[in-house]
Design a binder for this molecule. Structure first.
Ligand SMILES: Nc1ncnc2c1ncn2[C@@H]1O[C@H](COP(=O)(O)OP(=O)(O)O)[C@@H](O)[C@H]1O
Ligand SMILES: [Mg+2]
Length: 230
């Protein structure tokens, strides 16, 4: 579904990604694990088109997206939940979530809202609250629900657990499992390897802008856990 080949990314003169190649097949949950500064967000942001790569090729469902706009990638079916639970703080919870489905008609938006409230009761409980007033875990739910509202084919989750209490990690994990059961393909990043290893089918260990290890969860588990303490 997603193929990245020899991706290079620079900020000014500094290389953040060097020769990155990854694959995500339909139905998989692939984990990018690595310490802070490893290059995980840079890779996710390159896939959604927020930052331009200086070299390399990316394709999605067989189409070259290397130079496609963010908007074109979203229309092609790539959904994105950014690191640091970025919600629109003064907008209501409902409007935050529905902003993720703004290209869909009113009926589809209503369906998406009802479906998401069924998964996350807090959305209906807090629907008219400004999202900025919610707790960190609640904001993460809003950010993920917004990404899910467009029913993406590929969902990018950048550090969904970062800074969250265990109870919220458990709830977000449940939501990720729910999407897996719907057949959503997921590419997620985490520095907190432990809960993420329970969700993914395959993974890549990233360090210093390079892939250091790849394989099944069993194959990368030890290296991934060691990376947590760097
Ligand atoms: N906007 C930016 N400008 C300059 N350097 C950046 C920027 N974003 C990230 N970097 C640098 O790129 C490297 C990778 O960062 P990042 O992709 O955010 O890593 P991670 O998400 O794994 O923590 C780090 O050295 C970071 O300091
Ligand atoms: Mg990051």
């Amino acid at each position: 579904m997603l193929t990245v080949r020899n991706l290079e990314l620079h900020y000014g003169g500094i290389a953040a990604l060097r020769g990155i190649s990854i694959d995500v097949q339909k139905g998989e949950t692939v984990l990018l694990v690595g310490a802070n500064g490893a290059g995980k967000s840079s890779l996710i942001n390159a896939v959604i088109g927020l930052v331009a790569s200086s070299q390399g090729v990316m394709s999605f469902n067989g189409k070259d997206i290397t130079r496609a706009s963010c908007d074109a990638r979203a229309r092609a079916g790539i959904g994105y939940s950014p690191e640091g639970r970025r919600v629109f703080p003064t907008m209501s919870v409902r409007d935050n979530v529905l902003s993720g489905a703004c290209r869909r008609g009113a009926v589809l938006q209503r369906d998406a809202w009802q479906w998401l409230c069924g998964i996350f009761p807090l959305l209906s409980e807090r629907s008219e609250h400004p999202a900025g007033q919610l707790s960190g875990g609640q904001q993460q739910v809003v950010a993920i629900a917004r990404a899910m509202a467009s029913s993406p084919k590929l969902l990018l989750l950048d550090e969904p657990f970062l800074g969250l209490a265990p109870v919220w990690i458990a709830r977000i994990s449940e939501a990720i499992r729910h999407m897996q059961s719907r057949g959503t393909t997921i590419l997620m990043t985490e520095q907190m390897a432990r809960p993420a290893l329970k969700l993914a089918t395959r993974g890549y260990v990233v360090r210093g802008g390079e892939i250091r290890r790849s394989g099944s969860i069993e194959e990368i588990r030890e290296v991934a856990l060691a990376e947590e303490y760097l």
